[in-house]
Design a protein around this ligand. Structure first.
Ligand SMILES: NC(=O)c1ccc[n+]([C@@H]2O[C@H](COP(=O)([O-])OP(=O)(O)OC[C@H]3O[C@@H](n4cnc5c(N)ncnc54)[C@H](O)[C@@H]3O)[C@@H](O)[C@H]2O)c1
Ligand SMILES: [Zn+2]
Length: 683
């Protein structure tokens, strides 16, 4: 950072400060810029540059590599070749001819505004308070009242080159102005120094907040309605988990989605109000929103206590109506606007509101789902402000459509990397804090799944999850799989974390190596409770979720070579493993009609990383075979046909393959991962 241009350093600092507060701008929303000079390595002369946040980045976490770097003279020269608003999108490709050096990050659509406005520092932000004024029916009048002549109203226009020209002209004709309110959209502020720009941005945001506070009517969303009052926090969460699978199914009809749930007070208050159905129908406004939240949410119109059967029936009706409405919106607008539009991207809702319980939001991964929810919270704040001062009046649906199906947005989507094989899949792995389970959780996460690590110790489950990734990737939950209530709460936790479950690995286990005469009743019960009964309970709770979701699923049992092979000192363990192995076949037969595949893996001799081996089993096996415990892995390897030691990762790979598309037509199968043990061949 030492040879960083000071203008860039200031810009990054300002961006991070502004982006740190979600009230200033939404996640990845808005952009900042600075103009300054650097020595041109070609001529040795000073060259004037524009640094501007590139496409897609987030202000709060912006680094210098997230900036696009353009030659200011060339960027401004585009004005002379600008073909007019009908062809303004062509200017985005022209930015590539203005880049300095390699140009840094890809320039965004807002680059024109930053380059054309005649100020050294420019901020364009999406603050809730600013958008509240920007989306009020009399926003222009409110702008005058709130800011006098320091802030100028710019009527709605889709972001692009023309909007940049408009704002540049406003700055020129209003020398007293420090910024503007962009109708239906957000704010732009400028300054001669970085500090001045930041001060002006924050002044607009805070003045708007104050204005709303002082002038808002009392209950902007109308009176509270008793039947939509929130349930108690504990009941809310139980209820949310109960309906989550149904709603995930709704959001995933066109393509599978990961979910996010929030019962934030902002959401519950909105949903308890009389006006929420009308406002939700009006949809969001900020251009950032439409791809993430769709134009409007689906709203369940039942009280939070409604019987589940009633909810199921009503959700199906509302979903059908939502899809028809969305398809009609697409058809209507594509036809009215004429020309070519990208194909409809699916008609399922991305935001589902449930009065008294909370909000479910959906996306192609957990982060996208979470951010969609955050955006809708922004939208609620905007609606509250706008309704408090005036009437909420977002942009017309044809303008929403022009943004949602904008060729430039479509091109961005097309450029996205291909999703990983397990993207959108939510995996619950039992006994995943150690050994085979941990390796499996790691593998599934690395292939794109969201993973729930369930194990006896919450602390160990959480630290295993943290090692795999943040809470958008993996979470840890406590479970004793032999306890039905504990299994249900682990399943609920998975539903609340990721919206659903579609991949279960029954891995939790333990092993006591005892002869028939030494095996106590307690030994027998423990092994059977954890492995036979435990995997039954987990499969049962998870299958219920999968059936409700209606998008298939996978259940994988980590059985054992010992489910086939008979040897001494193994009666309780081997019998429990044989029980698990037959569950695979029984459940494959029963769940096939729901698209749920059930398969198993038969490992053997996985010494490394295994708590089972470290906890006494290894020592006793070593004694049985007459080898030192530390050489047990090698000893097992020599017994195999391939003469290879089996590692936890080998089992994890088998689980992955069984759940991947590659084996989409396979159910009821056991895959031995034992380096070849003829005595345990399946036939
Ligand atoms: N290691 C091998 O060679 C081998 C061979 C065949 C089968 N297996 C099977 O693989 C699975 C994993 O074994 P590993 O070797 O990784 O052992 P491990 O001890 O390293 O991991 C087992 C995990 O299961 C958890 N667990 C135990 N009882 C539980 C319960 N009631 N509820 C929730 N979690 C519980 C433990 O806390 C532990 O984290 C077991 O089912 C085992 O029988 C292992
Ligand atoms: Zn914007």
């Amino acid at each position: 950072m030492s040879d960083l241009n000071p203008t860039v350093a200031e810009l990054v600092e300002r961006s991070n400060r502004l982006g740190a507060d979600p009230k200033n701008t939404n996640y990845a929303g808005g952009n900042t810029s600075a103009k300054g000079t650097e020595t041109d390595p070609v001529t040795g002369e000073d060259v004037e540059l524009l640094w501007v946040k590139g496409s897609g980045g987030d202000l709060g976490t912006l680094t210098p590599s997230g900036l696009a770097v353009l030659r200011l003279d060339r960027m401004r020269a585009l004005v002379d070749v600008y073909p007019g608003v009908d062809r303004e999108d062509e200017m985005v490709a022209a930015f590539d001819y203005c880049l300095h050096g390699k140009g840094g990050a890809a320039p965004s659509i807002d680059t024109a505004m930053h380059g054309l406005v005649d100020a050294a520092h420019v901020d364009h932000l999406h603050p809730d308070s600013g958008i509240a004024i920007a989306t009020a029916a009399d926003g222009e009048q409110l702008t005058k009242e709130a800011f006098g002549d320091k802030v100028v109203w710019v009527p709605w226009r889709r972001p692009g080159f023309q909007l940049g020209l408009d704002i540049a002209a406003i700055k020129e004709t209003n020398p007293q102005a420090i910024g503007c309110i962009l109708g239906g959209h957000g704010i732009t502020a400028w300054g001669d120094t970085s500090a001045q720009a930041q001060k002006n941005s924050l002044w607009i945001i805070r003045t708007a907040e104050r204005h709303i506070k002082q002038h808002s009517r009392k209950n902007p969303f109308g009176a509270r309605v008793k039947k939509w009052e929130p349930l108690s926090p504990a009941r809310r969460r139980v209820r949310a988990a109960e309906i989550a699978p149904l709603l995930r199914g709704v959001a995933s009809q066109d393509r599978p989605m990961v979910g996010h749930f929030t019962d934030d007070k902002v959401v519950l208050d909105f949903l308890a109000s009389r006006n929420h159905p009308r406002l939700a129908e009006l949809g969001t406004s900020c251009p950032d929103h439409f791809l993430r939240t769709k134009v409007k949410p689906m709203v369940l119109d039942l009280g939070p206590d409604a019987p589940l059967d009633k909810v199921r029936a009503r959700v199906a009706e509302l979903h059908e109506a939502y899809r028809a409405d969305y398809a009609a919106y697409y058809e209507r607008n594509a036809k009215a606007l004429g020309g070519e539009w990208p194909a409809m991207r699916g008609a399922d809702p991305l935001i589902i509101l449930v009065p008294g319980i909370g909000m479910f939001s959906y996306g192609k991964d957990k982060q996208t789902a979470r951010v969609a929810g955050e955006f809708y919270v922004n939208a609620i704040n905007v609606m509250r402000g706008a309704e408090g001062l005036s009437t909420y009046a977002p942009i017309d649906e044809s303008e929403k459509f022009r943004i949602e199906y904008w060729a430039l947005e479509e091109a961005k989507l097309q450029r996205m990397p291909k999703p990983k094989p397990l993207a959108t899949r939510v995996a619950l792995v039992t006994g995943a804090a150690s050994g085979i389970g941990l390796a499996t959780a790691r593998k599934l996460a690395s292939e794109g799944a969201c993973v729930v690590i369930a194990d006896l110790s919450l602390e160990k489950a959480r630290s295993a999850a943290a090692e795999i990734g943040g809470t958008d990737v993996a979470v840890g939950v406590q479970v004793d799989v032999s306890d039905a209530a504990a299994v249900q709460s682990a399943v609920d936790a998975a539903l609340l974390a990721f919206g659903g479950i579609d991949l279960v690995v029954n891995n939790a286990g333990l092993s006591l190596s005892r002869s028939l005469l030494d095996t106590t009743e307690k030994d027998w019960d423990l092994q059977h409770d954890v492995m036979a009964k435990g995997s039954f309970l987990v499969a049962q709770a998870a299958a219920k979720v999968m059936i409700d979701q209606g998008i298939g699923g996978d259940i994988v049992y980590i059985s054992s070579k010992n489910s086939i092979f008979a040897g001494p000192n193994n009666v309780a363990y081997g019998a429990a493993k044989a029980d698990q192995a037959h569950q695979v076949r029984l459940l494959a037969a029963e769940l096939g009609e729901h698209g749920i595949k059930v398969n198993g893996v038969n490992p053997d001799g996985v010494v490394q990383g295994s708590g089972i081996f470290a906890g006494g089993w290894g020592a006793s096996r070593a004694a049985v075979y007459g080898v030192p415990e530390k050489d047990l892995g090698k000893f097992y390897a020599q017994r195999t046909l391939l003469k290879r030691e089996v590692l936890p990762e080998n089992i994890a790979n088998a689980v992955f393959v069984l759940c991947s598309d590659q084996l989409s037509h396979t159910t009821g199968l056991h895959v031995p991962v034992d380096a070849g043990v003829a005595a345990a061949f399946l036939r």
